[in-house]
Design a protein around this ligand. Structure first.
Ligand SMILES: [Zn+2]
Length: 81
């Protein structure tokens, strides 16, 4: 079974520009419209705070990338974990 993933970044103005990195969020099938989304890195965002993205753009959140099961981490050598 494949987990659904959302990629999104904070909207301009909600955080500083340097923190506008692209986070990865796990989305369970039961949660179609969760109140808050929690990224793999532990950051949480409420409604209206995120810009949902179709594909990764800009700077990714490194912690999210390392913790998410998506492409990019799956191909890391075992020693990288
Ligand atoms: Zn993150």
């Amino acid at each position: 079974m494949t987990a659904r993933l959302i990629i999104a970044r904070p909207l301009p103005g909600t955080v500083g520009e340097t923190r506008r990195v692209v986070h990865v969020f796990p989305l369970s099938p039961e949660e179609t419209a969760p109140e808050r989304l929690t990224a793999y890195c532990g950051e949480t965002f409420g409604p209206g705070e995120l810009e949902l993205l179709d594909r990764p753009v800009g700077m990714p959140c490194v912690t999210c990338l390392r913790r998410s099961p998506g492409p990019g981490t799956a191909e890391l050598p075992a020693g990288e974990r």
